[in-house]
Design a protein around this ligand. Structure first.
Ligand code: FES
Ligand code: FES
Length: 161
């Protein structure tokens, strides 16, 4: 089938109605139809994690999901998490600890890191590495990213006391 199909979903809290080709993946839809270019595209086959977004509160690889499969869902991109302030502390920790260099992996790293921090208030370094094992970074060597996530978990625990 090559004709566009109607698609309705929520993206970062806003209703979106569009007509998309069935072969369009969610990453391309977000980037090209909605200009949400914070969702990056690296490998385009589910390996690098650069395209990580939330669909109904679960992180997914947007390059592996067709846009039409997101019909009726609620999608959050890095723009949504950033604009809401949900990850302001995590972003600051990444900046302070040099956990990004070129920044290409960073949106996906932040999405995956926040997903972990929502599930675990005191993740070990091994758990952090395990949760990020599907997110590739060519620049940092990962150590600083783990530091930033660990520091954010510590700070959130302190502020919750
Ligand atoms: S672009 Fe989707 S996992 Fe690499
Ligand atoms: S900061 Fe460049 S790929 Fe991670």
């Amino acid at each position: 089938m090559t004709a566009p199909m109607p698609l309705t979903l929520r993206v970062n809290g806003e209703r979106v109605d569009a007509d998309v080709l069935p072969r369009t993946n969610l990453a391309d839809f977000l980037r090209e139809h909605l200009q949400l270019t914070g969702t990056h595209v690296g490998c385009e086959h589910g390996v690098c994690g650069a395209c990580t977004v939330r669909v109904n509160d679960e992180i997914v690889r947007a390059c592996l999901m067709l846009a039409v499969q997101a019909h009726g869902t609620s999608v959050q991109t890095i723009e949504g998490l950033s604009d809401s302030g949900e990850i302001v502390d995590l972003q600051e920790a990444f900046r302070a600890r040099n956990a990004l260099q070129c920044g290409y992996c960073t949106p996906g790293m932040l999405m995956a890191a926040q997903d972990l921090l929502k599930q675990r208030i005191a993740p070990s370094r091994e758990e952090i590495r395990g949760h990020l094992s599907g997110n590739y970074c060519r620049c940092t060597g990962y150590h600083a990213i783990v530091d930033a996530i660990e520091a954010t978990a510590d700070a959130r625990r302190r502020s919750a006391r």
